[in-house]
Design a binder for this molecule. Structure first.
Ligand code: SF4
Length: 320
């Protein structure tokens, strides 16, 4: 539905000024559902040198794993361990298994397919979430997603980070924005597969106009979710080197909150927001900014910023 911007009415009947993932899960599953993060992939195209690269400049050696020590445990042990913790903490009884670390569709196609299928044999696991890159969606994996999505929830979390090719070069991602758009279209062609796009804000050369364009593009592509991160510096990464030389300065919380608000204002309110800001999994490894170490305050600050400036997701969206 195409409408002119600036005539939107407030679309939410909950207490957030954006469409949170928890709300989407409630609508989809009629109950609270929690993700169990597992580490089974051990590498990615960049670390394999497929594109003549070593790693994205922000990525530490654990490839974004929530629990890097788990890589030594079997998949079923990882699920049992974290399921119990989540069950006790949130009184949860339905779960999605999140294949998070590295690239979970890179090579080993049959092995990944078997792992996806094996976790769904657990009674309380109702779906899978697969973290991957735009350039790692071979036809066989797409067919696997399609097949599993006939009976279970399947979500693909795509590391896009930016749609600006200069910024993608700076991040040393090894793919361009055209590749990301093609990947989203391929996934959206699978009717029941949920597509979440990971983005980073606080990149060199980023403008408000760029943030608006990204929001409009994702709204037009009808992605199902976005996960937002501030570009932050982890110890031992190439970005750490740039930071030490004074060649990169991470964005402060207020400036980041403003960027998020610009983006959300132009994003369709039908797109779920998985996360407003990065969360440091290993606090000792965080170099900067210090505010990323704080557990609750950054998200609260952003929510208060939205309220103080009377901004909500989709307020000025040109496309729903
Ligand atoms: S962010 Fe992903 S693709 Fe980039 S180096 Fe880390 S694991 Fe590899």
């Amino acid at each position: 539905m195409q409408q002119s911007a600036s005539v939107r009415t407030y679309p939410f009947d909950h207490d957030k000024r954006y469409y949170p993932l928890s709300q989407r899960y409630r609508l989809l599953f009629n109950q609270r559902v929690f993700k169990i993060s597992v580490s089974v992939a051990q590498t990615c195209p960049n670390r394999q040198g497929t594109h003549g690269m070593k790693a994205c400049i922000f990525c530490d050696e654990w490839g974004a794993a929530a629990y890097h020590a788990d890589a030594q445990k079997s998949l079923s042990d990882q699920i049992s361990l974290h399921r119990e913790i989540i069950r006790k903490r949130y009184n949860a009884d339905k779960f999605l298994v999140y294949f998070q670390a590295y690239t979970n569709t890179f090579g080993r196609g049959q092995e990944f397919t078997s792992m996806y299928q094996s976790v769904l044999l657990e009674d309380d696991v109702i779906g899978i979430v697969v973290g991957t890159r735009p350039d790692c969606l071979p036809l066989g994996i797409l067919k696997t997603f399609q097949k599993i999505a006939e009976t279970h929830f399947v979500s693909v979390e795509l590391g896009v980070q930016s749609f600006d090719d200069q910024q993608l070069l700076f991040l040393e991602r090894g793919h361009d924005s055209a590749c990301s758009i093609a990947a989203i279209k391929k996934l959206k062609a699978l009717p029941t597969v949920d597509v979440c796009v990971h983005l980073m804000f606080g990149l060199p050369g980023e403008t408000d106009e760029q943030l608006c364009r990204t929001a409009v593009l994702l709204s037009e592509l009808r992605v199902d979710g976005v996960k937002l991160h501030n570009l932050h510096v982890l110890k031992g990464t190439p970005l750490d080197g740039l930071y030490n030389q004074g060649l990169f300065q991470p964005v402060e919380l207020e400036a980041y909150a403003r960027k998020v608000s610009v983006f959300l204002e132009h994003l369709s309110p039908q797109i779920a927001v998985h996360r407003l800001t990065a969360v440091a999994n290993r606090w000792d490894d965080l170099v900067a900014p210090a505010w990323t170490k704080e557990k609750m305050r950054p998200a609260q600050f952003i929510e208060e910023y939205l309220t103080a400036h009377d901004i909500w997701q989709g307020k000025s969206a040109a496309f729903y």
